[in-house]
Design a protein around this ligand. Structure first.
Ligand code: AHG
Ligand code: MN
Ligand code: MN
Length: 370
């Protein structure tokens, strides 16, 4: 009988580290802490209405169980599990001596590593629970994280971190990943050497390498966008979606399928598995919000993963990973997925208005407009 050799996340990290003989091991230790935090979140998510906090070994976390509904810095309602997931990330990663600071969707300001712990050389930025509006309806949610190197003066001085320390373009990410709490719990990770997927073995409590070297197919006939925003879209997005909807009889000469889960992390996973394109573009809905998703803990980590898997991530106008962040909680238009489709959308953004006007589809009313 032959048994297929499966790597645990720990073994995988040890193997990756061999590429960097001088590495201290801090990164691996941090990654394992992040993985532990997500395992705790997976457990809370899976217990659902039953509570999930029973037998909780993290006593500090149990205290937030009674949190009532609050509003975060983005003006969005925080679910109990948003707050609990945020606590797990903080409590499990703050003590190890690997972090200089962290930032999260659920915290207005950067979080300082308490004086009683050592401070390290990495910054952790995360969306503890993405798609949390889906929690109440038992639909897949996930956590998204990005690991950055702290500026050298932070490492040297051990000073408190400030917003500016986190404002690094996505290309500078040391690693990025997400954990999906779906029918199975999966960790998808890039350390800048491709993308690998791990499935949580609930009996062993270990992430096992099940999906090595993930690649996004270059072509697709599937797109994802919240069509209720159609009247606020800019012209290039209207054109792209109209052409998809026109199907076989339109300029694309093929039929497209559409999906919208409202958990970006779940859409990213579908796209990694079978291709597709996701759009939450810049629109005119609310001039104070140039897009819905956040640059530092949604667009950049997902952008890095998608690029490392051979796909493309963009604002529509420039590669996402080249954007210089200006604010910790900055929102941005996001388009990612199969390379050829994202490039087409970018081309539509570049084409001058006149050229679009001679496109017969736009000579008449858009399919999504009144
Ligand atoms: P979060 O739950 O972290 O606030 O993020 C939700 C995001 C994203 O996951 C999803 O794609 C999008 O919001 C859904 O937006 P709509 O409600 O506009 O569809
Ligand atoms: Mn989110
Ligand atoms: Mn969230």
């Amino acid at each position: 009988m032959t048994t297929k050799r499966r790597f645990t996340l720990t073994q995988y990290l040890i193997q990756e580290r061999r590429r960097f003989p001088d590495a201290s091991g801090d990164f691996n230790a941090l990654m394992l802490d992040v993985a532990l935090a997500t395992k705790a979140i997976a457990r809370s998510v899976s217990f659902g209405e039953l509570g999930g906090m029973l037998g909780n070994p993290f006593s500090e976390v149990a205290e937030v169980e009674d949190v009532s509904t609050t509003v975060n810095v983005q003006g969005e309602e925080q679910k109990k599990l948003d707050v609990i997931s945020n606590e797990y990330f903080m409590r499990v990663t703050e003590w190890g001596g690997h972090l200089a600071g962290m930032a999260s969707e659920e915290m207005d300001d950067p979080y300082q590593i308490p004086e009683s712990y050592q401070r390290g050389k990495y910054l952790l930025v995360f969306d503890p629970l993405d798609g949390s509006s889906n929690i109440d309806v038992n639909v897949t949610v996930g956590s998204i994280f990005s690991i950055l190197r702290a500026p050298q003066d932070v490492i040297d001085s051990g000073r408190d971190v400030v917003e500016a320390d986190f404002l690094q373009p996505g290309r500078e990410q040391v690693a990025a990943g997400y954990v999906l709490y779906g029918p199975t719990t999966m960790l998808v990770l890039t350390v800048g050497n491709g993308v690998d997927g791990f499935t949580l073995d609930p009996n062993l409590g270990q992430f096992m390498l099940t999906h090595p070297d993930l690649k996004v197919p270059e072509n697709t006939q599937e797109f994802a966008i919240n069509a209720s925003n159609a009247r606020f879209w800019e012209q290039p997005i209207k054109r792209y979606v109209d052409e998809c909807l026109a199907g076989k009889t339109g300029p694309r000469e093929k039929d497209f399928n559409m999906r919208w889960i409202a958990s970006m992390v779940a859409e990213a996973h579908r796209i990694l598995m079978r291709g597709g394109v996701f759009m939450y573009p810049r629109d005119t809905k609310d001039p104070s919000k140039p897009g819905r998703l956040r640059l530092l803990y949604e667009a950049n980590p997902v952008g890095y993963i998608i690029e490392q898997a051979g796909g493309r991530a963009s604002t529509g106008r420039e590669p996402m990973l080249d954007v210089q962040p200006e604010k910790l909680h900055q929102r941005i238009g996001l388009v990612f997925g199969s390379k050829n489709e994202v490039e087409r959308i970018e081309r539509y953004h570049r084409e001058p208005q006149e050229q679009r006007d001679i496109n017969p589809l736009f000579a008449e009313r858009s399919l999504f407009r009144d």
